[in-house]
Design a protein around this ligand. Structure first.
Ligand code: TXA
Ligand code: MG
Length: 316
């Protein structure tokens, strides 16, 4: 981990931020899912610096962010099927894995590349000024919850990156849905806001990672990031059918929180749950809470993604 303190420019100008990135700098910027910590995907030195700042294992590749579909198609070999998915759900919270088309892109040694087109307006301006693919994992220290609020970003990354771009805050709150299109059939690697059921209407042969693991008995995770504990606060996280028996000193998030809880975040939909989950985790740690109870999400869109993130936070 780099101990050197750097001067961080905090700006609301996507143009200023793009200039810093194109000079080899690291820029934290908002997307509609969570904040990203980015560098030019053509600048391997800057990409490697992201790993140092995040303390990220070097075999976990980064997502490249591009402005539109034609830039995406310049980076990866995009099948007709995949293009249809991107036409339907993008710009937006969806990432595709493709075989690499441009060999000069940073992909952590893999011959595949993860690509996504964010819809966040600040990210869109920023990417258009950069005019290069921007490699960016979620802006958080490796293993910690992704960050969704500028106040957390300023606290965590001031003095560690060259620029923090302020703008439209993330509205979705959890990371993008990741689909592997690099071989047939496509595989859902990470559930997200774009739900499996919606994807199945366009991609009827979409596989889940579970079915793939069962059918081929694969041992190595298909996505390197999946083997790491993720999204986890310091406190113990539990997923519960009901919050009824939660002790008063446990924090709670869900649809039926208890009024005598030390810290509770009440939500009324799965969408609000997604938007609130990481901020809930961050606040639990700030308050020194020992245990966080998470109520099971409602059936329907977002349930799979929420259970995925909560279970990962709960696994030690
Ligand atoms: O919403 C998001 O996707 C956010 C924002 C910033 O765009 N980004 C994000 O990045 O969540 P990150 O690095 O935290 O997660 C990327 C995931 C990791 O699990 C990584 O292993 C996987 O995508 N990934 C990246 N490139 C891959 C590749 N070539 N093959 C398989 N998995 C890949
Ligand atoms: Mg991440």
């Amino acid at each position: 981990m780099s101990e050197n303190k750097v001067d961080t420019l905090i700006t609301s100008s996507p143009f200023e931020a793009a200039k810093i990135l194109l000079e080899g700098g690291i820029v934290v910027f908002p997307t509609e899912t969570v904040y990203g910590i980015g560098a030019s995907a053509f600048d391997f030195k800057a990409c490697k610096k992201i790993y140092e700042v995040k303390n990220r294992p070097s075999d976990n590749p980064l997502i490249l962010h591009v402005e539109n579909l034609s830039s995406l198609k310049a980076c990866g070999n995009v099948s007709e099927k995949a293009e249809l998915v991107f036409q339907n759900f993008s710009p937006g919270p969806i990432t595709g894995i493709f075989t690499k088309r441009n060999q000069d892109l940073f992909t952590a040694g893999l011959n595949t590349v993860a690509l996504r087109i964010p819809s966040n307006s600040t990210a869109q301006f920023f990417l258009s000024f950069c005019d290069v693919p921007v490699a960016a994992p979620s802006a958080n220290l490796s293993g910690k919850p992704s960050l969704t609020k500028i106040e957390y970003i300023l606290e965590e990354f001031s003095g560690k990156v060259d620029c923090i771009l302020k703008g439209e805050e993330p509205k979705i709150g959890i990371e993008s849905t990741v689909i592997d299109f690099s071989s047939e059939p496509p595989v859902l690697l990470r559930p997200g806001f774009v739900d499996r059921n919606d994807l199945l209407t366009i991609l009827p042969d979409l596989q889940g990672l579970e079915t793939l693991a069962e059918s081929s008995k694969i041992e190595a995770p298909r996505s390197p990031g999946l083997k790491y504990r993720h999204y986890a606060p310091i406190c113990k996280v539990v997923l519960k059918n009901s919050l009824k028996n939660a002790p008063n000193d446990a924090a709670q998030i869900g649809f039926h929180t208890n009024s005598d809880s030390v810290f509770a975040m009440s939500v009324s939909s799965n969408e609000e749950y997604m938007r609130s989950l990481y901020a809930f985790f961050v606040e639990c740690d700030r308050k020194g809470i020992k245990e966080a109870w998470c109520e099971i999400p409602k059936d329907g869109n977002g349930k799979e993604a929420l259970i995925n993130r909560i279970s990962k936070a709960a696994s030690k």
